[in-house]
Structures are given as C-alpha cells and as structure tokens.
Write a new protein. Structure first.
Length: 449
C-alpha cells in the first residue's frame, strides 16, 4: 500500500470516527473548512474574553446557559493536529461545560482548580513530591497537627501561640488590599513554617481567614508548599515546585476542598503565576478589600519600627519564583502574555477604540501604562495571561488605592478614576485581539507536522 493511500485511508477513518453527541471532530477537518472553523472559534473566544467580567469561563458570555461552540470541539486522534494544539490547551483550562469527552473544569466539577486532571489526581501527584523520605508520602503537604488543633477553637491567640512554639516559624496578621474571604472579610493570618532539616527541603505557607465581625478565625484555609531543593525521588525534578491545597476550618479540624467535596476551590494558579504573591497589608484604619476598616498589621514577619519599612520587608519576603507543578498544568494553556512590551500599533488601537473619547495627551498616558510585561516579565514577577484573574487586574488597576498597578497610575500626573477604567477597558480589548491572533497562529503549519 502506498504512503498516499495510507494517508487517505487514515483521513477517512478520522472523519468517520465516532465522537460525542454535539461535539465537532476538528482534527478530521482539512483545508478551508479547518481554517474557517478555527478562525470562527478564535473570534468567539476573543469576544467572550472582552465581555466576561469575572474569571474567564467560555460558558459565561453571550446567551445565559449557552456553551461556547469551541468548547464542544473534539479530536478523535491520539495527537491533536498542529493548528489546534494551542486552542485545545486553552479550551481545556477555560471550558467549564462541554459535550465533548474532555474534562470539564471549574465550580461544581472534579477539576475545580481548573487543571486538566482532577483535584484528587493533583493532590496525589503533590503527595508524591512533598514527602520527608521514601515512605513519608505527602507529609510535607499537611498542615502541622499542632496548628490544626490550635485553630479548632477559633481563637487567634491560641493559633499564634502554637506558631511561636515551632522553631523558625513566623506569622503576620493583616488585612488584604486585594482579596477577601467568603463571608469573613479581608483580615487573615499568614504563617510560614520552615523545614526542620538543614539544608531545608521545603517551606509551608498557611493562610487562615479572620472574621471581620467576631475577630475569630474564619472558614477559609489556604495552603501552599514550596520545594526548595531538587529531589531525585520526586515526580518532578530540576526546579522549585509549588503546590496548592485548600481546606475549610471546622471545630473538629480541617476538611479538604476540591475534588469530590462540594466546596468550591478556585483556580489557584490564576492569581499565583509566581507561586507566592507579594503581600501588601492595608494600613490600619484604611479600607481593606470589601470596604471595611483594615486591622493593624502585626506579627513576627514584620521588622523595624517604621511601618513603611515593615511593609517593604513583607513585599519582598514572598517574592519567590517557582515552576508550576505538579502535573496537569502547562502555562501555555493560558495563552499569550497580557500587556506585552513589544506591541506594534498600540497608539492607533487605543485611538480607534477604547480611548477614542480622550484627548491625544490623555490617550498617550493610557498607552504608557499598558506595558504590564515591564514588571510581569516571568523573571521578577510571573507573566500575566488569559488565566490571570481579571477580577484581580480590575481591582489593582481601577479600585485599589493602597497598592495600585501599574506603578504611577495614581501619581499626581497619573490617571483619573475614569481614565483608570478606560485603561482596564483598553487592556482587555487589546488582549482579546492578541489572543485571537495567538489561537490561529499555527494555521499555516501543515497538520501533523
């Protein structure tokens, strides 16, 4: 049988292969049909990005309850054809609903963290990495029992006493300028627990909500483990791995979130492109996220008598870069960079659309502040992508006066409140265009190459 006949037969089998009801086998498409399908889907995805106000989900835009057509793309081949690789990775992370046999992600699913594996599989993979030895599987992914027991009463001081009993552990009580906990407010306590061995193999970061009204510990517990040294026995080797876990605090202990539980576990990585985010506590008396007065920042993480010096120290203490891990997540699934430094035609783009109503000098001020990559360059800070929470971006660019982004946006010669809203609008509109171009960038490459 000649190679051309073999290829023709394979193509016929692909086209005739059964797919899920309502799904479209895009890997069986060729030529103009493939191009038209991908371009139409990319345009729809870009449109959804522009109009969806919350965390990106391709099922939220347009008609209520409508599933984005691209979410129902299916590939009956073992390997996705080259022009569709980027789109499939992107859809895997951002489609909460699909008729195609591709794992749904998001609230109410078994992949609430947004990964292409289940939350339970993610936890198993993390346990294989964060272990104290060949038999101590997963013990470094567990909150120290003394801290869990101390938190049962809900009394913050009992927890602080337990932290200070652990050699080298430090704590910080503060109100966030960016994130509030469900039903509890913006106050929380952050704990850093180092490894007891020398050199240290890992570190644990534990954050527990503090209820604004009662002053007692709230429900939400965020846990992050960072691998400091490469482990030859680990499932992942050659980099500093960061893994997340979420719990609900109860009077009997911590209950894991995600996986088969009914509690929502958000896409941790969407707000943590660098693993650990720098912390900027709200100063006492100012408004924290959610609008209530911030508590006084205090704790053993703070150094020096001057509050400004203390805050500067806290900003840098969590600036650690790490590779994403463990399995089931690839940064490329989230699309191109948001607010790139090298973007041709930005002035014309802003003038023609999102900032058309502004005078020329004010439009230039908008353009000057659209370079997110100046800081988020994936070396000092993680790059922003479509997976980055736009709620956080909106808050930092438009609302936050304590720790606004980008630098200079609130200076005396910076942007007004209305101009900051236009800046966010321009960033979203530009990224939708970049995302559309990125999704279709491999169309000229031959399928299967």
């Amino acid at each position: 049988m000649t190679r051309s006949v073999q290829m023709s037969l394979a193509a016929a089998l692909i086209i005739l292969a059964p797919v899920a009801s309502g799904a479209l086998d895009v890997c069986g498409l060729e030529g103009e049909t493939l191009r038209t399908t991908l371009e139409k889907g990319a345009a729809e995805i870009a449109k959804t990005y522009k109009i969806t106000a919350k965390q990106l989900s391709l099922n939220e835009g347009g008609t209520p309850g409508k599933v984005n057509q691209a979410c129902n793309w299916e590939c009956s081949r073992d390997d996705v054809i080259t022009p569709m690789v980027k789109a499939f990775g992107f859809l895997q992370y951002n489609c909460a609903k699909t008729t195609a046999p591709r794992r749904p992600t998001g609230k109410g699913t078994k992949s609430q963290m947004g990964l292409s594996i289940t939350d339970d599989e993610y936890c198993d993979a993390a346990d294989a990495i964060f272990r104290s030895g060949s038999s101590g599987v997963g013990d470094l992914m567990r909150v120290p029992p003394s801290l869990e027991n101390a938190s049962k009463s809900g009394k913050v001081q009992e927890l602080i006493d337990a932290v200070e009993a652990i050699p080298g552990a430090v704590w910080l009580k503060f109100s966030s300028t960016s994130v509030k906990n469900d039903n509890d407010g913006a106050a929380r306590i952050l704990i850093l627990v180092p490894d007891s061995e020398d050199p240290p193999r890992f570190e644990q970061w534990i954050q527990i909500a503090i209820n604004d009204g009662s002053g007692k510990l709230g429900r939400n517990v965020d846990f992050l483990a960072r691998q400091l040294v490469s482990d030859p026995n680990s499932a992942i080797d050659g980099g500093q791995v960061v893994a997340f876990r979420g719990y609900s605090r109860t009077s009997s202990g911590f209950v894991p979130e995600g996986g088969s539980s009914s509690s929502e576990l958000s896409k941790c990585y969407s707000c943590h492109p660098s693993g650990l985010r720098p912390i900027v506590p709200a100063t006492e008396g100012t408004k924290a996220e959610g609008g209530k007065p911030a508590i006084k920042p205090e704790g053993t993480m703070l150094v020096g008598a001057d509050l400004a010096e203390q805050l500067e120290h806290v900003k840098t203490i969590t600036k650690h870069l790490a590779v994403f891990g463990p399995t089931g997540y690839t940064a490329s699934q989230n699309g191109p960079r948001f607010g790139p430094s090298s973007r041709s035609g930005r002035e014309e783009f802003v003038k023609a659309g999102c900032a058309a109503t502004l005078a020329e000098d004010r439009r230039q001020e908008i353009v000057n502040r659209m370079d997110c990559e100046l800081c988020h360059d994936a070396s000092d800070r993680g790059a922003l992508t479509a997976g980055t929470s736009r709620i956080t971006i909106f808050h930092k660019v438009v609302e936050n006066m304590e720790a606004p982004m980008p630098p200079g946006v609130t200076d005396s010669d910076g942007l007004s409140a209305s101009e900051r809203k236009i800046l966010f609008k321009c960033l979203k509109a530009e990224y939708a265009e970049i995302l559309r171009e990125w999704l279709t960038s491999d169309l000229l490459m031959a399928p299967g190459s």
